[in-house]
Design a protein. Structure first.
Length: 224
């Protein structure tokens, strides 16, 4: 379970490119690629770290070049890395950590030229178990699996820092949260010689998936 595999998509087949063996006990959970730089970020579930890997564009292989610590929450319970995502500006990395001592969302400044990360904020969440989160513009929404809530956070697009927003109840065990944006447009042009005007209305809905103890799946939505 401490391996990252790279495969190449061929014509109707898949070929292995690399078997990247990580340190024993790391537990690589999720990975995200930087949208511009040749970097990948891997959150470890069991070692409370984030790995930075250099991506080789020619074949997609990865080389781990750096690592940083994740949560500094003090207590007696283990810390488990969960989700990782790059903010919309590409300048900041967001990573969640679960622990019965306290759940946090850690914000890192991405240092592309140095292939590194600098921690700029460790945001203490309302819940302890932020299994998943999603980013949409200046909004970040976290699903707290054990607390049965979603928490809305606001992102400062310049500094990357988080500030708290509303908290909404969900059914038990929310495991996924995502955004669904619906846009409606109207165009008017009563006279070919006049300027056409266009009005767009956008509603953003948070969709949360809940897996219950009976293994049934339900979905709830909240419009913000």
């Amino acid at each position: 379970c401490d391996v990252v595999w790279t495969f190449a998509l061929g014509s109707g087949d898949i070929n292995m490119v690399q078997r990247n063996q990580l340190e024993e006990g790391v537990g690589p959970r999720h990975m995200v690629f930087h949208p511009q730089a040749n970097l990948a970020f891997i959150v470890a579930e069991y070692m409370n770290i984030v790995l930075i890997a250099r991506l080789e564009p020619a074949d997609g292989s990865l080389t781990v070049v750096n690592q940083v610590s994740l949560s500094s929450v003090q207590g007696t319970h283990p810390k488990y890395g969960a989700e990782v995502a790059v903010g919309d500006t590409g300048e900041f990395l967001y990573v969640s950590s679960r622990s019965d001592d306290g759940g946090v969302l850690v914000v890192f400044k991405i240092l592309t030229s140095e292939q590194g990360l600098t921690k700029v904020q460790e945001f203490e969440l309302h819940g302890t178990w932020p299994r998943h989160f999603a980013i949409h513009g200046n909004l970040l929404v976290v699903a707290d699996q054990k607390g049965a809530t979603i928490q809305v956070l606001h992102i400062n697009q310049i500094s990357g820092l988080l500030t708290t927003g509303e908290i909404y109840d969900t059914p038990d065990n929310p495991t996924f949260v995502g955004f669904y944006t619906e846009s409606t447009s109207t165009t008017t042009n009563p006279n070919p010689t006049t300027l056409t005007t266009k009005t767009t209305t956008t509603n953003t809905t948070i969709t949360t998936t809940i897996i219950t103890t009976t293994t049934t799946t339900t979905t709830t939505t909240t419009t913000i």
